[in-house]
Design a protein around this ligand. Structure first.
Ligand code: ASP
Length: 238
């Protein structure tokens, strides 16, 4: 039986791109005690010309990955072992290390536990979970496709019967038109699952297309929110 409110909160790559952004994320997490099951992406772009950590990993630019994580741990003052094997490992494993290390760092910074999605795993409060991959019963890492951390968050929200699945990103929510091209674009404050599915199927890259199927059966709402404008209303789906 559940009596406390449970928020599963997923933070995307831009929200975790550098130490400064990670501090904002930590403030958001700490501002609501119910927000205590956290899913993280790998650090994304700091500027338009920057390269996402996942792309650096898939391109085997391990030194650059190390540099990015070292900058983050130095600035946050956390002690996390950043070494991992990349020479004898499959691409799924190497590609997933951005989320793995980001979750380790976030857990250390928040004083939360690090837990991976795998068979038989129980998710507790005060947990940080790496998005983008699952660990199968043989311990093999499988990634969920690009943008797959949205799906990870939805899987966890279902498992813990969350009251809400918050998806924190770098835009205010879902708009009726592309807000970058139309100054008068209007934010959808509320959408049904069907309406959201239609918008996603039309190609809007707000959520991974497989996200809805995990939360819809239990009617868990998805709340899309902007890390860089946390007081904005966002978009509620469901
Ligand atoms: N980091 C992965 C990607 O760039 C997964 C994600 O961010 O959702 O696709």
């Amino acid at each position: 039986m559940k009596n406390k409110k449970v928020i599963v909160a997923k933070f995307g790559g831009t929200s975790l791109a550098c130490a400064e952004n990670i501090r904002l994320v930590a403030e958001i997490i700490k501002s609501d005690p119910a927000r205590n099951i956290i899913i993280v992406s790998a650090p994304g772009k700091r500027t338009r010309a920057d390269i996402k950590v996942t792309d650096l990993l898939l391109g085997k630019h391990i030194e650059l990955v190390m540099e990015r994580f070292r900058d983050i741990t130095d600035e946050l003052g956390v002690d996390v072992d950043l070494a991992f094997d990349y020479e004898n490992r499959l691409p799924d494993y190497v590609g997933s290390r951005g989320e793995y290390l980001m979750a380790k760092i976030m857990a250390a910074y928040l004083g939360f536990k690090f837990v991976e999605i795998g068979s038989g795993v129980r998710f507790e409060t005060n947990t940080v979970i790496p998005g983008f991959y699952v660990v199968d019963k043989n311990g093999v890492v499988k990634t969920l496709g690009r943008g797959g951390s949205d799906v990870s968050g939805a899987i966890v929200a279902d498992k813990v019967n969350a009251d809400v699945y918050e998806n924190w990103t770098d835009v205010d929510g879902i708009f009726d038109r592309d807000p970058n091209r139309h100054a008068d674009a209007m934010l959808h404050e509320k959408l049904t699952y069907d309406e959201a599915r239609e918008i996603i199927n039309r190609g809007a890259r707000v959520l991974h297309p497989r996200t809805l199927q995990f939360v819809e059966p239990k009617n868990i709402p998805i709340h899309i929110k902007n890390t860089f404008n946390p007081t904005g209303k966002g978009t509620i789906i469901g």
